[in-house]
Design a protein around this ligand. Structure first.
Ligand SMILES: Cc1ncc(COP(=O)(O)O)c(C=O)c1O
Length: 380
């Protein structure tokens, strides 16, 4: 008897979980890891203080309501109103979750039946595919190409057959390519969802990073009927390890996700909820400063990529630079392996995100300027 469930055959171990082990074993000089989008700057000042005050209260250590506190849900509603001009009902249209990643799986388990099809972006975040597999559903990659600005080709999707498609994952600002979403793109996505009866699930964790437009898919007329959105404090407030995010949208979908979530975990730790409330009040000037820091880093990364003969589009949104590798390398894997073995510098090969990422690499901006200058020196 095989002890491991069949569904894991399709999922496999997360790419970075394996790669980090390999990187650790490489020895001196220590590898400079520009592979992961793991913010290295602390959250806004008041956030840790809010956590600390709450954690020192003896009554704050117990289980929390599955939907977390109404104060947190109200803070999320205010944040959505201020930043995206969207009205949400805290009681029924908002579910605090432990991050966008967890939300992807909860939503998939809540909505997908075995053999339902799910459109997932190629290239795109791997978890959409894994979550579909875990739900017994069938991921159906749709192409994103540089030629089309990394936006879906709806005619091509329709001609591949959408009769059994129930959900479509989209993510703008897009990881890994840095393509920005605007209202036009979201309008087309919503119309596509309405026409083909497909739920558009928008994963929006990068909307504050290197992108001043801050768009939510829910701002499109009629979007609440056809879409649901995940958002997160991981990148916007550098709280990736804290695990705080939110699912927002139609109340029946939020309720279905809660049915899954309440059987898997509980509400967020109360001091983290208090810290999240504080984070959501952060003035825009803090975000502007954060983005200025990323912008300075981005310029150094451009120089590094120039010295390596890579091409890239400027003004990408999000936490990465997505670059095309020189033609002399077979693919991004060969280029990334060469960089790792020869210079002890790690960048993520684009193929990790799908076949359309093959000729590219993704470089993270989560390293300070000093480290990025070291990268330049190693390559000199
Ligand atoms: C597209 C995308 N969605 C979701 C996540 C996960 O975000 P969170 O920390 O909120 O789970 C990431 C993080 O790497 C991501 O790139």
């Amino acid at each position: 008897m095989r002890i491991i469930a069949d569904r894991l055959e399709l999922v496999g171990e997360y790419y970075f979980s394996k790669k980090l082990q390999e990187i650790e074993e490489l020895g001196d000089p220590p590898v400079i890891n520009l592979g992961m989008g793991n913010p290295d700057i602390p959250p806004p000042l008041g956030v840790s203080e809010a956590l600390s005050v709450a954690v020192n209260q003896p009554m704050n250590h117990g289980y929390q309501p599955y939907r977390s506190s109404i104060e947190l849900r109200k803070a999320i509603a205010t944040w959505y109103k201020q930043n995206y001009a969207i009205n949400l009902i805290p009681d029924s249209e908002i579910l605090p979750i432990a991050g966008s990643k967890e939300g992807i799986t909860q939503l998939s388990l809540a909505l997908l039946n075995p053999r339902d099809e799910v459109l997932v972006p190629d290239p795109g975040y791997l978890t959409y595919t894994s979550a579909a597999h875990l739900a017994g559903a069938v991921p159906k990659p749709y192409d994103l190409t540089e030629k089309k600005g990394w936006f879906p080709d709806f005619d091509k999707i329709v001609s591949s057959g959408v009769e059994n498609v129930k959900m479509m994952w989209v993510n703008y600002p897009h990881m890994p390519t840095g393509a920005s979403g605007d209202k036009n793109v979201f309008q087309k996505l919503i119309e596509f969802g309405q026409e083909h009866n497909i739920l558009i699930c928008h994963d929006n964790p990068y909307s504050f990073i290197s992108d001043t437009s801050k768009v939510s898919i829910l701002s499109i007329n009629g979007a609440k009927e056809t879409s649901v959105e995940l958002n997160s404090l991981s990148k916007s407030y550098n709280m990736a390890g804290w695990r705080v995010g939110m699912m927002v949208g139609r109340s029946d979908l939020i309720h279905a996700a809660l049915q899954v979530k309440s059987n898997m975990d509980s509400g967020l730790f109360f001091p983290i909820q208090q810290a999240a409330i504080e984070a959501l009040k952060t003035p825009t000037s803090w975000i502007i400063n954060l983005n200025n820091t990323y912008s300075k880093r981005r310029k150094i990364v451009y120089k590094v990529l120039d010295s390596l003969g890579c091409n890239y589009i400027e003004h990408q949104a999000g936490l990465f630079v997505w670059a095309k590798i020189p033609v002399k390398y077979k693919n991004g894997d060969e280029f990334s392996d060469w960089l790792l073995e020869k210079h002890h510098i790690f960048v993520t090969p684009g193929s990790v995100f799908g076949k359309n990422g093959e000729g590219y690499v993704r470089v993270s901006l989560c390293a300070n300027q000093e480290t990025l200058h070291q990268v330049k020196e190693r390559l000199a």
